[in-house]
Ligand binder design. Sequence first.
Ligand SMILES: CC(C)(COP(=O)(O)OP(=O)(O)OC[C@H]1O[C@@H](n2cnc3c(N)ncnc32)[C@H](O)[C@@H]1OP(=O)(O)O)[C@@H](O)C(=O)NCCC(=O)NCCS
Length: 178
Amino acid sequence: MQLRTDRLWLHPLRPQDIPEVHELHSYPETMKYNTLGIPENLAVTEQVFAPYFDGLLQAERMQYIWAIRTAKSSFVGTISLSKGVARFRKAELAYSLVPAHWGKGYATEALKRVIAFGFDTLGLHRLDAGVAVENVASFRVMEKAGMVREGRHRKILPIPSGWSDNYSYAILESDPRT
Ligand SMILES: CC(C)(COP(=O)(O)OP(=O)(O)OC[C@H]1O[C@@H](n2cnc3c(N)ncnc32)[C@H](O)[C@@H]1OP(=O)(O)O)[C@@H](O)C(=O)NCCC(=O)NCCS
């Protein structure tokens, strides 16, 4: 399930992409607001993604993870869509980019494309995303992609600096797309 945007292509994550993902997860600035923590070694990153690769063998696809690349195939980061129980027709979105590619609008471009995929291809009704309240760049991305802040959960995220509040964002299939 490859997706394209003006400047990027998103391809399903493959086992051979894991070393690049491991490098992405090894930058302190990338993991500043992440609850996973910096992986100790490549094997830890492989374990994190093992359920995703196992899930590809299941009849119903619950999770989509894409590697984001530039037209010249430079690795930009990852973006994912994780479905919930079918009758709710909703999914959770998450993304992470290599610091060298920050500030170019790539996260917004990729997120808009995955939102369109969730509604137009998967027929979902609602897409959610959570973000640490201090992660301004990330919630700017959500807002630029048309997501709406719905609430705040207190001290729910165990990030490296301690317990962080979380903003919950969502977009409905009936909401305007930006
Ligand atoms: C969050 C992240 C995905 C943003 O990626 P990006 O490609 O740089 O995002 P974009 O360029 O599309 O947009 C970033 C927006 O945030 C703004 N921004 C960035 N840092 C900011 C700051 N400290 N304060 C205010 N705004 C900020 C940018 O100006 C831009 O908004 P604008 O277009 O209105 O000027 C990237 O920084 C990242 O991967 N961070 C680490 C992982 C992470 O936090 N993932 C999200 C978890 S919820």
